[in-house]
Design a protein around this ligand. Sequence first.
Ligand SMILES: [Zn+2]
Length: 281
Amino acid sequence: MRITILATTAVSESLGPLQDILVCPTCRSDLENAEDGLCCSRCDTFYQVADGIPLFGIFGESSDFSVQSEAGQAYEYKFTSASTPQSYDQQFVDDSHKRTRTEREVRILGNLLSRTGRVNAILNVPCGGGRLSQPLAQACSLLVEADVALPQVRFAREHGDYSEVSQAAWMTLSAFHLPCVDRGFDGVVCARLIHHFSEPEDHRRLLAELCRVAKQFVIVSFNDSFSVKSISRRLRGRHNPHTLNGALIDEMVRPHGFVLRTAPAVSPLGSRHRYALLTRS
Ligand SMILES: [Zn+2]
């Protein structure tokens, strides 16, 4: 067991399903009880538990935890702002184009997850406001919703649809340093994150970390460099370092024991965003 008996019943109940999965994101050692939080048994880093939500979101506190690109840093800043989650998720309700896109993404996730079969535990990072959580909740017994900042996670907990999952938990974390044991989750879903980073090294590091904690599969969405939109931008001399493609992703995940199985586009006509299903080879 990774976490010893917790200080209060409330905290114990909220962390229950995570007990065998969580480790210190800094050094990956076991975590122990501390007042109002968890403490690493090796490096002594303290992680607060706020209202049942473990806070592992430590972006910016150490250069080792930072992303490489300026765009990535801007992304961190934007999404650690307390005012962001509601307005960001509200866009997907107010804007009919984005609402249609959400419906397509939910359908794609449902289709990909039907290929992997029902599993015990899925990590959803970043969960945002829970916009894409429903098909994940239908595909597992334990859904862990995680994002970089507490306001995002609180928003997801209040507004997401978790009616079809038997257990759900929420936490903050850095997707580059997941506070999880190797193969701690059957599946990891990472939607709309990797295209915020422009450095290939960030792409590689993020994919490696997702693969590390996934026992069976990773689903990761990306902007496709071979889409009509991307090719047209290149023809106009506008290089976009934020794009990837299936072959590149496959090459990046093979050293970690995964292969790309399929990567459907959100919309066959014009969309450059795709969802890649990676499974252990
Ligand atoms: Zn530690």
